[in-house]
Structures are given as C-alpha cells and as structure tokens.
Ligand binder design. Structure first.
Ligand code: AMP
Length: 283
C-alpha cells in the first residue's frame, strides 16, 4: 500500500493503471475509519482491480460553527486498517494541495441539495460536490463508492456525475450499524455514555415508522408525529429535521397517504453531536 500526497502523482499512477487495462475503484472518506467505511472498501475490492481510498477532511463542506477543527483524525490507525483490507493506495492530500492560492472554482448541484441537510447546512453540498469532483479528477476512478447513510450526498453525487457526463459508475452501499442499531459514524466518538444511549432513538424511530406501516398506517402526518414524539421524548435530544421525502427528488411529503417507496430522513442533535440516519419505507 502506498500513500500519495500530490494530485500530480495520483494522476500519473491512475493513468498507468488505465494503460495496463486495470479498473480503479475509489472510496472517498474523511478518515477516522470504521466498519461502514471498510464495507465500502470491500465492495470496491470485489469489483475493481485497484482500490484507492482518500482521506481528506474537507474544510469546504463544514460551516463556520461546525466541527472542522475537532473532527477526529488518526492517520496511523486508518492506514493500518486499510493495509489489512488490501487497499493499494491512500490518497492523502493536504488543504494547500487541494485549495491552493488563488482557488476559485466550485461545483454546485442545485435542486436535490435544497432540502434536508442542504437546508440545515448552507454550503455543505457545494463543498462536497466540489471536493468530490476534484478527487475524481485526481483518482480517475471507474467506480466510486458512497454510503446510503448519507442518502442526500449519494443522490447529489449521482446527479452531478450524470449532469457533468463524468464517466464513473457511482455505487451506493447500505448503512452499516452497530450491534444495537446505531448507524456507524466517525462522529459517534463525540458521544458520552449517556448520549450514546439516547442516540439509539434514531434507529428506534426508523423501526417505529416501519412498524406503523406494517400495521396499516399510511398517513404521512401520523407517521411524522409519532416519530417526532419518540425522538423528543428521548433525553438529551434536539430534532434538526424529521422528514418524509420522495426518494428521487427529495421533495418533502407532509400530508396525504404514503404509497410506494418513501424516504424517512432524520437529523438529531444528541448533546452537541449532530447525527443523521434514514430508511426507505415501503408500502
Ligand atoms: P465520511 O468519512 O463520514 O465522509 O464517510 C465516507 C463514506 O463512508 C461516505 O460515502 C459515507 O456515506 C460512508 N459511510 C459512513 N458511515 C457509513 C455507515 N455507517 N454505513 C455505510 N456507509 C457509511
């Protein structure tokens, strides 16, 4: 496994592998890896000849009051984990390499980013699509792997790749959870013991919504109010959003009866830590 720090070197390696007729699989991450990330890596290993994992905490996707400075970082631990998975390259540029002097170009997807995290975190997805475009240009992947945990991010990347004619297959990977159901996240490390218990309310809320549907409930308002109640009655929580959405457009569904597939998307502060989770509800 090699650690690559410059875009030029990453591109020259990618071009070399393309000449050899090898496919490149790419897993972009912000590091502090867990089983969720490793599941993406294993999917990439299954279908690609060469796997590149990037580790870059992207300042552009954090708001001024968000956790960029304190975001957990442990490169040594991450590289040991990736070595064990048989990853060929870690792409690990610094901020200067990615956004050097005079930087002024941004990529923006306008519609699917409007709701949910796009509404709560202005500029977040512009930061994501910009960095992912730059990483794609450095790594030149044939396949790129993203978690369904960040459902709106996956939808946004798919839109960007289609709209900008990027020749990349975007693969979504199901959410990986802890044994008790909490969606894995690098940010779970912020949680105190008490908060960790409260954090389970996101998964419980998803199960409640599924159970309501299974018992014949179809009313969007009723499902939303039950989910909101469950979360607000959990200690240490503050709801950022609880939404039902069209899984393609991410338009909100606030009233009426659910039919077909509906996305339930949650963002909840547990203490000071903002957690997200989601599930597709099927009628
Ligand atoms: P991050 O390092 O948080 O930016 O995440 C890097 C990639 O891993 C993104 O595509 C995430 O959606 C994905 N990911 C993070 N947590 C999980 C999880 N629990 N299950 C599946 N994918 C995940």
């Amino acid at each position: 496994m090699r650690v690559i720090k410059t875009i030029k070197e990453m591109q020259s390696i990618a071009k070399g592998h393309k000449k050899e007729g090898l496919t490149i699989g790419f897993v972009p991450t912000m590091g502090f890896l867990h089983e969720g990330h490793l599941t993406l890596v294993r999917e990439a290993k299954k279908i690609c000849n060469v796997v590149v994992v990037s580790i870059f905490v992207n300042p552009l996707q954090f708001g001024p009051k968000e956790d960029f400075a304190k975001y957990p970082r442990d490169f040594e631990r991450d590289s040991a984990m990736l070595q064990k998975e048989g990853v060929e390259y870690i792409f690990h540029p610094d901020g200067e390499e990615m956004y050097g002097k005079g930087y002024q170009t941004y990529v923006e997807v306008t519609e699917v980013t409007k709701n949910l995290c796009g509404a709560s975190r202005p500029g977040h997805f512009k930061g994501v699509t910009t960095v992912v475009s730059k990483l794609f240009n450095a790594v030149m992947p044939d396949y790129a792997f993203f978690g369904e945990k960040d459902y709106q991010q996956l939808a946004t990347i798919k839109r960007m790749v289609a709209d900008l004619n990027m020749d990349i297959n975007v693969i979504g990977v199901p959410i990986v959870r802890e044994a008790d159901g909490l969606a894995m996240s690098s940010r779970n490390t912020y949680l105190s013991e008490e908060e960790r218990k409260s954090a389970l309310c996101l998964y419980r809320a998803i199960n409640l919504a599924k159970e309501l549907i299974n018992n014949g409930e179809r009313s969007a308002e009723k499902i939303l109010s039950e989910v909101v109640n469950l979360i607000s009655n959990t200690a240490l929580t503050r709801i950022d959003y609880v939404k039902l959405c069209d899984p393609e457009t991410l338009d909100y569904i606030e009233t009426g009866l659910l039919k077909g597939k509906t996305l339930l998307a949650l963002a909840v502060f547990v203490g000071n830590t903002r957690l997200i989770d989601n599930a597709i509800l099927e009628v």
